[in-house]
Ligand binder design. Structure first.
Ligand code: AG3
Length: 281
């Protein structure tokens, strides 16, 4: 453990002209995994944070927003989400959320970096807590190889919880990956991916939409303010074979005790500001 002096800051650079700074109490853990630089920082404002290649992935204080919104929208838009695939998501936050549904029979999580899983189990146990559930199977491998080899039509809902499209996650944003994933989804399957900030990473956001549209008949975008990502709106893009993600199938299915997601939020987040609509036409 490296003890940092008061006044130490973690700087997260987003563009040549914009960065976000985090005052930190302590660097709890730091290692270089075979895939990326991994830190667990104890931050003054947001509690403990998982940081990959210097980019904050999740924090104790606001992780519920991202993990609920990437998980519960499709869990309520699909009529019967029994078989779930999580690509990435090694911290376990998405797994924890989808396990809140009794209809879920199996959750496969494919994560390339075992060290992310192990570090989160050790330092962020409230996020990683679902990983020990008997319905969960963890595969440590590249997500592209996994979907190439998986059985056709074996998933109802796929959630791509990746880091930014630099480094090991880059392959999870292209058309090739979406078409391989479509093959492992059932005929009414739905996929959602985190789709970056339309304002700061506009080109990436547009590319994701374009690539998903090449593969899926129904494409939808929804937005949520994630406090610790860039400071503005964060996008999520859905590719669906049949159902409209904006429609809740059965309100009674929504688990009790959530902190962010509810039926009004489900309806509201599909409303897009004009500058974002314009990026998509
Ligand atoms: N996955 C999305 C992280 C994106 C962060 N990017 C950024 N701040 N530029 C988070 C993993 C949480 N399970």
């Amino acid at each position: 453990m490296k003890h940092l002096n008061d006044g130490d800051w973690h700087h997260e650079k987003h563009t040549e002209g914009y960065s976000v700074s985090w005052k930190i109490n302590d660097m709890i853990h730091h290692e270089s995994t075979p895939f990326q630089d991994l830190k667990i920082l104890d931050t003054v404002q947001w509690g403990k944070a998982l940081v990959l290649d210097d980019c904050v992935q999740t924090t104790e204080k606001d992780e519920f927003i991202y993990h609920e919104i990437i998980s519960h929208v499709l869990m309520n838009a699909h009529p019967n989400p029994r078989r779930i695939l999580v690509v990435g998501g090694g911290d376990g936050g998405v797994v924890r959320e989808v396990l809140k549904y009794d209809c879920v029979e199996s959750v496969d999580m494919v994560e390339i970096d075992q060290r992310v899983i192990e570090s989160c189990k050790k330092y962020l146990p409230d996020i990683a807590c679902g990983l020990a559930d008997s319905r969960v199977r963890i595969r440590i491998m590249d997500g592209v190889r996994f979907v190439k080899e998986a059985m056709p039509r074996s998933y109802d809902v796929v959630i791509v919880d990746s880091s930014d499209p630099l480094g090991p996650a880059a392959v999870l944003f292209n058309e090739h990956f979406y078409s391989l994933t479509s093959r492992v989804m059932d005929d009414d399957g739905m996929l959602v991916t985190q789709a970056e900030s339309p304002m700061i990473y506009g080109q990436v956001f547009q590319d994701i939409h374009h690539n998903i549209k090449q593969v899926f008949p129904e494409v939808r975008v929804y937005l949520t303010a994630i406090a610790t990502y860039v400071g503005g709106l964060w996008a999520f893009t859905v590719g669906s074979k049949k159902y409209d993600a904006a429609r809740i199938m059965d309100e009674d299915r929504i688990p009790a005790g959530l902190k962010y997601y509810n039926k009004e939020i489900h309806q509201a987040i599909f409303a897009l500001p004009q500058y974002i609509k314009d990026l998509l036409t």
